[in-house]
Design a protein around this ligand. Structure first.
Ligand SMILES: Cc1cc2nc3c(=O)[nH]c(=O)nc-3n(C[C@H](O)[C@H](O)[C@H](O)COP(=O)(O)OP(=O)(O)OC[C@H]3O[C@@H](n4cnc5c(N)ncnc54)[C@H](O)[C@@H]3O)c2cc1C
Length: 381
């Protein structure tokens, strides 16, 4: 016998975006339900793996800077509410040829928003961050407000805060379908039918299955990440002399990494994975050859790390748009339904601010942020 319950808002997917949205809705007194197909802290989506870069300079586009600044404030606020450490600011090196996307884009965002930064020569880098050796004509821009977040802890604390403020969460309950009737949205799961005034689709790589006829140019990309275990040089990778980094090793392509954390020294090449047709059918097995492109990419800047043994590896999913900007917009045929796809490999840092602005959109239809770059109709103009 199916049950039928009503809410002000239902959030589908309790990863980074869904848990943050549920938190901000519940704090405003919205009667909200969060539905998640898997268990808490699963490793099948986009939000696992112990670390996510946050940086204030934004080589992709300066438009992201106000959003990351608000996210930074909200991560600190969530730390205050939860009493947990979620974000470590250790500085960040944006490395590449002077005219490349990373260095020129970082400088553009820093200048437009008057952000603190330093341009460092290879020699200065060596003195301050001895694991790094910049070969050839590489330069680095230091972003002193960059660092990393603990994604599992961030999601956990958003969910704990949401529940404390009155939200319901159901894990292991996949949304099979949804429909609208008048102003109401109905959401079907195997065990229940729910009704709500508003629906947020924050299903990550599974969003495409829930679009109800809407064609969006989203693609799912398999990413592999590695935790190295450099032998005999532990202090070199400590956060006080090893910041987060993004290195443009060929035009438009970066590898990135983190200081040593308990699992090891994590690094990955961005956007080098195969496109997969279905998140259910991703090859989750890591093979020896998966690490070779990363070793080759790291070699000119982190030669010792590039040959270190791998301690652990994981597969994670990107949901990409063609321009790598996000989708945050109402469904064109169903204005009660908010589409949330802030990925393309760089969404996590913003999750706290996106949760807040999505709660704004659900409760008032408006937000102070300019979301025009994230509109669905950008592919239809
Ligand atoms: C390897 C890797 C490295 C990254 N590095 C960074 C970084 O350094 N900095 C940064 O800012 N960003 C980074 N990102 C991007 C960032 O992690 C993502 O933008 C973010 O995690 C996306 O969150 P999400 O909530 O959209 O998706 P997810 O966290 O995947 O959440 C979607 C949830 O929806 C659930 N779901 C799906 N379908 C249903 C259904 N039908 N019913 C119920 N539940 C459903 C899923 O199970 C999942 O839990 C990285 C991503 C990856 C993969």
């Amino acid at each position: 016998m199916t049950q039928r319950r009503s809410y002000d808002a239902i959030v589908v997917g309790l990863g980074a975006m869904g848990s943050a949205t549920l938190f901000h809705l519940a704090r405003r007194g919205v009667r909200a339900l969060g539905l998640e197909q898997f268990g808490p802290e699963h490793t099948l989506g986009s939000s696992h793996g112990d670390s996510r870069i946050i940086r204030e300079t934004y080589f992709e586009h300066p438009l992201y800077v106000p959003l990351v600044q608000r996210a930074h404030e909200l991560w600190r606020e969530l730390e205050g509410v939860s009493g947990k450490s979620l974000m470590k600011i250790v500085g960040g090196l944006m490395i590449g040829p002077a005219e490349g996307m990373v260095v020129s884009g970082t400088l553009r965002s820093a200048r437009e928003h008057r952000l603190p930064h330093e341009v460092l020569t290879p020699r200065e880098i060596r003195e301050r961050f001895p694991a790094f050796r910049l070969q050839g004509n590489l330069v680095a821009v230091l972003d002193p407000r960059a660092g990393y977040l603990d994604p599992e802890a961030c999601n956990r604390e958003h969910l704990a805060g949401a529940v404390a403020a009155g939200a319901e969460t159901h894990f292991g309950e996949a949304v099979l379908d949804w429909s609208t009737s008048g102003d109401e949205v109905r959401v079907e799961t195997r065990s229940s039918t729910y009704a709500a005034d508003r629906l947020v689709l924050a299903a990550g790589a599974w969003n495409q299955k829930l679009l109800r006829g809407l064609e969006l140019p989203l693609s799912t990309e398999r990413q592999s990440v590695f935790w190295f275990d450099p032998v005999g040089s532990d202090a070199l990778y400590d956060a006080n002399q090893f910041p987060i980094y993004a290195y443009e090793f060929k035009a438009g392509t970066i590898c990135y990494g983190f200081p040593r954390l308990p699992r090891g020294v994590k690094a990955s090449v961005m956007h080098d994975g195969p496109i997969v047709s279905d998140p259910e059918r991703v090859d989750r097995q890591i093979r020896d050859e998966d690490v070779e492109p990363l070793r080759a990419a790291l070699q000119p800047v982190l030669p010792e790390l590039s040959t270190a043994p791998v301690r652990e590896a994981a597969v994670c999913l990107f949901t990409n748009t063609p321009d790598h900007d996000f989708i945050i917009d109402f469904h064109p045929q169903h204005p009660q339904v908010l589409m949330s796809s802030p990925c393309s490999g760089h969404g996590f840092k913003f999750a706290s601010a996106i949760g807040e602005l999505q709660a704004d959109l659900i409760t008032s239809g408006r937000t102070a942020f300019d979301l025009s770059p994230f509109r669905i109709d950008r592919w239809r103009r």
